[in-house]
Design a protein around this ligand. Structure first.
Ligand code: TYD
Ligand code: MG
Length: 455
């Protein structure tokens, strides 16, 4: 056996290095490199292939096999994010901030899958069984045939799973699990990686689906879910703003379905309830048309969603004006401010700018550019856009507007929710949707002139 050498890894992205440094070379995070024990110490002196192995049979891509049967939980939002139900023998990671509602979601999912006849085991490493049962009572799930365990020792858990042979095991959370073959503390990179590896390979071997819960960690004291992202088939993030009741379950990787799909939930006093029509919910608080408020017709995954953007522009008392963004990318905001200034001659110097995506939603689409510009201009000019208008389109650095995908779906959703006008970029194929007047604009200057009367 080779002598084990010290190695270091990043608690954010899991990158392995041989020496410590203040900043991770792979992901650029600071103070996330920690020492860890290597996963295994295999023979290292002889390189593989020096002695002859057996040759592996090769096959082609033809197959007669039917796709795996999927189990639907009955929670439509969850099933869609999973790519159309749960695939047997798959490994799923559900990440999210502490307290966002991961345990609540997974206890509800466990109950649903168990009611569909799947043998389901829920292993909690964070709470005692009594606590989980209390939550189940609050969620009205006590009748569901889910089996509970409060345990953190991986060896005991695997032995139990081996005996019980469940079809689904939920591990809450992966950071509390520890393997006695690894020397470091629970939650360290090597423990988390070892536990995830053991559980996923067990799942693949035995045909059991496994859902791992992972806390997103800000401080890097314990390893975050990104360390295990590459080991699992599906990565879901549960996100939302604290203080808002909306929660978004977002697929960022899925070997069995489209990535970028979202499911929308609402946190209520009795657990998470599904939001079948998110547009209606996101727009429900909208009152009279007010300056700075613009409705963006977006696409999340395969589904159109209307979202309200709010901007506030006010004279700044500071020498460095504020730029504050919630739910959108700050760098992208700076870009749009720069384009407005350089191409349209509308400066924001000396003005504080606040941009907020209503409802705690996070938008990643560049198609929101034009809606953001509209909100900024509307706030700056103190002129409200008509209440029945939706806006979408990408802005390029030249100030030109670029067509975006799925225009028709966006327009249909707007029409469904009672909007009558859409402002969109020129280009792309021409189309009409009944009940929507489409105003196609070529560049940002044209937009300013059209909508705000020459700015
Ligand atoms: P939890 O599922 O424990 O979060 P996580 O596992 O991600 O750490 O949920 C925590 C929050 O959810 C807690 O602050 C209370 C709230 N909550 C409700 O509002 N309603 C409910 O029915 C439940 C069970 C929790
Ligand atoms: Mg929890």
């Amino acid at each position: 056996m080779a002598k084990s050498k010290t190695q270091f890894s990043c608690t954010e992205c899991g990158n392995i290095t041989t020496k410590w440094s203040g900043r991770c070379e792979a992901c650029g995070e600071w103070n996330t490199i920690v020492e860890d024990a290597p996963l295994s110490t295999g023979p290292s002196s002889a390189t593989l292939g020096t002695s002859k192995g057996r040759s592996v049979p090769l096959t082609d891509l033809r197959t007669e096999e039917t796709p795996p049967p999927r189990t639907h939980s009955g929670m439509a939002e969850l099933d869609r994010v999973l790519g159309g139900g749960l695939v047997p023998a798959s490994a799923i990671l559900v990440g999210g901030d502490p307290g966002i509602g991961k345990s609540t979601l997974l206890l509800q999912a466990a109950a649903q899958f168990a009611r569909q006849g799947m043998k389901t085991i829920y292993v909690s490493g964070e709470e005692a069984s009594a606590q989980v049962r209390m939550r189940a009572q609050r969620l009205n799930l006590t009748d569901a045939p889910v089996q509970l365990a409060a345990e953190t020792n991986l060896r005991d858990i695997l032995t139990t799973l081996e005996q019980e042979k469940p079809q689904l095991a939920i591990i809450d959370s992966i950071q509390t699990m520890w393997s006695d073959t690894v020397g470091s503390a629970p939650g360290s990179v090597s423990q988390v990686r070892a536990a995830a590896h053991e559980l996923t390979s067990f799942a693949k071997r035995k045909g059991m689906a496994v859902i791992l819960v992972g806390h997103v960690t800000k401080e890097g004291q314990i390893a975050g879910p990104r360390v295990v992202e590459h080991m699992v088939d599906t990565v879901l993030y549960f996100e939302g703003e604290r203080g808002h009741q909306f929660r978004i379950l977002r697929a960022v990787k899925n070997r069995f379905g489209p990535a970028d799909e979202i499911g929308v939930f609402e946190m209520t006093g009795s657990g998470l309830s599904e939001v079948i029509n998110p547009s209606a919910l996101f727009l429900s608080d909208r009152g009279e048309p007010s300056p700075g408020s613009v409705v963006f017709a977006g696409i999340e995954g395969t589904r159109p969603v209307l979202i309200e953007l709010q901007a506030l522009v006010a004279p700044s008392p500071h020498s460095q004006p504020r730029r504050t963004v919630v739910g959108w990318d700050g760098g992208r905001l700076a870009m749009i401010l720069a384009v407005l200034e350089a191409r349209c001659g509308i400066p924001f110097t000396g003005l504080d700018v606040y941009l907020n995506v209503a409802g705690g939603m996070k938008i990643n689409e560049p198609a929101a550019d034009l809606a953001v510009a509209a909100a900024l201009l509307s706030a700056r000019e103190d002129a409200a856009l008509p209440a029945d208008t939706v806006v979408f389109g990408e802005i390029s650095l030249s100030g030109a507007l670029r067509a975006v995908g799925q225009t028709e779906n966006r327009l249909k959703e707007a029409q469904k929710l009672g909007f009558t006008t859409a402002i969109a970029p020129k280009g792309g194929k021409s189309l009409t949707v009944d009940g929507i007047a489409l105003n196609r604009i070529g560049d940002l200057t044209g937009f300013v002139g059209d909508v705000f009367g020459a700015g």
